[in-house]
Ligand binder design. Structure first.
Ligand code: FES
Length: 508
C-alpha cells in the first residue's frame, strides 16, 4: 500500500467549525424547499429569505461538506480558456452574458461579505491562465482578444510571481478568493430562524409537483410552492441532466510554503497536463493549494498516483517541504460548456435545478442561486435564456457521442467484468476488486479488520462501480455516483446505498 502525504481531508473542512443543524422531524410547510446545502442552495436560500420567502434547506449529510467544501475556492470569471470557444460556438452576445454573469457572481459574494461582515479570508486577487511552452502561446493570445471583445479587462503578461518561467499568461484583475466553508457557514446561520430552516442528515428521496410541491425525505415531507434541486447532479432523473453532462474528478494538496516564496494571485495552466494554484492564510503562515489530475469518474483505480504527481509538482516548482492536506473533488462537465439553470423539465412550473458547472462552481454556483431566486420571485433576469436548463443541447458533439458510447460500454461490457469467485482470497489488503460469484457481481474491499462485500450494481441506473484506491470508494463510471466501502452513498445522483451482502449467501 502506498503511503500518501498529508491529512486526507479538505483544508476548508478541517479549518472550519462543525455544524449541528437538526434533522427534519415532522412534516412542515414553507414557501421554497431547497434540496442540497452547498453554494447554490445556500445562496438561493439567503436571497429568497431576504425577499420575504420562508425557506427550508435540506441536506443529506452536513452542509457545505460536499462539492462546495472540496473546491479550490477561486472566485473568477477567467475559466482557464473559454471565451474564444464560446464566441465561436454561441456568438458574441451570449458569450458576453456568460462573462457578465460570472463577474456579477463575484460581486454578489463580495456584497454578502461586506454587508454581513463575513470573516472568510475574502481577498481581491488577479487570475491568470498561463502556458510554459511558447508553442502554446497562440491559445493565450486568442483568449485575450476574445475576452477583451466581451469587455473583460484582460491583459497579456510574461512575468508573474510564480517561481518559474512561463511563456505568457492572460491576466484578469479584480477577481477574488476566499475560505469557502467559513463563507457558507455564515450564510447558513443567516438563513435558519424566523420561519426558515436548515436541516442536516435528512436524505431527500424524491420531489413531486402537482398543485403544490412535495419533497419527500427519510425524515418527513416538506410542502412548498417551489423547489430547488441543488444536489450537484439533480437527484431526480427527469430532465436527462446525467446525459447532458459527465462527471470529472480532480485532486488537491495543501502544502506549507515559505511566505517569501508564495505566489500572489490565482493561476491555472492551459497545456495538456495543467495545475491550478492559489494560496490561503494558514496557521501563522501560508498554505499553497495545488490542484490537477482531472479524469472522468470511475475511469481509473490508480488515483494515488494523482496525489503523487501533485506533490512532485509542488516540491519541484515551489520548493515546498511539507504537505499537510490532500483531498479530491468532483464536478459535472456540461457538453456545451454552459451550466443548466432553470426548470427541471419543460412540464415543471415549480421545480428548478442547477448543474453542469464544469469545474468553476464558485461563480456558477453563486449565479445559479441569483438566477433561481429571481425566477421564483418572478423577476426578469437577462441570463435565464442562455442558461435555460431545458434548452436544446447539441447532442451530436464528439464529447456527447464519446460519453454515450462510454456509458453504453460500462453498462453492458462491465457486466462481464470481475475476478472469478474462487479468487476471493487473492484480493490484497487495502484493495477493492469486482468479483463474479454465481452470476452476481460483488464489490469487495479488504482492510486489516474485515472483508467488506456489497453489490457492484450502482443503484442509480445499474452500471457497475469501479474501485478508487486513494479515496477507498466505489465510483460509478456512468454518471458519477460514489459509495464508501460499506456501500453508503457518498455522492449522488444515487440516493440508495449499495446492497450489503454476506459471502455466505453465495457459497454453495
Ligand atoms: Fe448513474 Fe451509476 S451514477 S448508473
Amino acid at each position: 500500500m502506498i503511503s500518501l502525504s498529508g491529512k486526507p481531508v479538505s483544508f476548508w473542512i478541517d479549518s472550519s467549525s462543525q455544524t449541528y443543524f437538526p434533522a427534519l422531524h415532522e412534516n412542515i410547510v414553507v414557501d421554497v424547499a431547497i434540496v442540497g446545502g452547498g453554494i447554490v442552495g445556500l445562496t438561493a436560500a439567503l436571497l429568497l429569505k431576504r425577499a420575504g420567502k420562508s425557506v427550508a434547506v435540506i441536506e443529506a449529510k452536513e452542509i457545505a461538506k460536499g462539492v462546495s467544501g472540496h473546491t479550490t475556492a477561486k472566485i473568477t470569471a477567467l475559466h482557464q480558456l473559454i471565451y474564444a470557444e464560446l464566441i465561436e460556438q454561441i456568438g458574441e452576445e451570449k458569450a458576453r452574458i456568460y462573462a457578465e454573469s460570472n463577474q456579477a457572481a463575484i460581486e454578489q459574494i463580495a456584497k454578502f461579505v461586506e454587508e454581513e461582515q463575513i470573516d472568510c479570508d475574502f481577498s481581491r486577487q488577479s487570475a491568470y491562465t498561463f502556458v510554459e511552452s511558447p508553442k502554446a502561446l497562440d491559445k493565450i493570445e486568442k483568449e485575450i482578444v476574445a475576452a477583451s471583445k466581451l469587455g473583460l479587462p484582460a491583459t497579456f503578461v510574461q512575468k508573474t510571481s510564480l517561481p518559474f518561467a512561463i511563456a505568457g499568461a492572460i491576466k484578469l484583475d479584480n477577481q477574488a478568493q476566499f475560505h469557502v466553508r467559513k463563507y457558507l457557514l455564515h450564510l447558513a446561520n443567516l438563513i435558519a430562524g424566523e420561519g426558515s430552516y436548515i436541516f442536516e442528515n435528512t436524505r431527500v428521496e424524491t420531489a413531486t409537483e402537482e398543485d403544490i410541491c412535495k419533497v419527500i425525505s427519510d425524515h418527513g415531507t416538506i410542502t412548498a410552492q417551489d423547489v430547488i434541486i441543488a444536489t450537484h447532479l439533480p437527484i431526480l432523473d427527469q430532465g436527462l441532466f446525467f446525459a447532458k453532462t459527465y462527471p470529472k474528478r480532480s485532486y488537491l494538496i495543501g502544502a506549507v510554503i515559505d511566505q517569501a516564496k508564495a505566489p500572489e494571485g490565482m493561476f491555472i495552466g492551459a497545456e495538456d497536463e495543467y495545475f491550478s494554484i492559489r494560496t490561503t492564510p494558514y496557521q501563522e503562515g501560508i498554505l499553497l493549494i495545488v490542484g490537477g489530475g482531472s479524469h472522468k469518474t470511475g475511469s481509473t483505480s490508480n488515483t494515488e498516483e494523482k496525489y503523487e504527481k501533485l506533490e512532485a509538482y509542488a516540491r519541484s516548482h515551489f520548493g515546498v517541504e511539507r504537505i499537510d492536506y490532500r483531498w479530491s473533488t468532483q464536478d459535472m462537465v456540461s457538453f456545451d460548456k454552459l451550466p443548466f439553470i432553470g426548470k427541471l423539465t419543460p412540464l415543471n412550473e415549480h421545480i428548478y435545478v442547477a448543474t453542469g458547472f464544469s469545474l468553476w462552481g464558485m461563480t456558477k454556483g453563486t449565479l445559479s442561486g441569483m438566477l433561481l431566486s429571481d425566477l421564483i420571485l418572478g423577476i426578469d433576469n437577462s441570463w435565464s435564456q442562455l442558461y435555460d436548463s431545458t434548452r436544446a443541447t447539441p447532442f451530436i458533439t464528439t464529447q456527447f457521442v464519446v460519453q454515450g458510447l462510454d456509458v453504453g460500454k460500462h453498462w453492458l461490457g462491465d457486466r462481464l467484468k470481475g475476478l472469478q469467485g474462487d479468487t476471493l482470497s487473492e484480493i490484497s489488503l487495502g484493495k477493492g476488486e469486482i468479483v463474479r460469484v454465481k452470476n452476481k457481481q460483488l464489490a469487495i474491499y479488504r482492510d486489516s479488520e474485515k472483508t467488506h462485500i456489497v453489490s457492484a450494481v450502482c443503484t442509480h441506473l445499474g452500471c457497475i462501480v469501479n474501485w478508487n484506491d486513494a479515496e477507498k470508494s466505489w465510483d460509478c463510471p456512468c454518471h458519477g455516483a460514489r459509495y464508501d466501502c460499506e456501500g453508503q452513498v457518498l455522492h449522488g445522483p444515487a440516493v440508495k446505498n449499495l446492497e450489503k451482502l454476506e459471502i455466505a449467501t453465495f457459497s454453495s
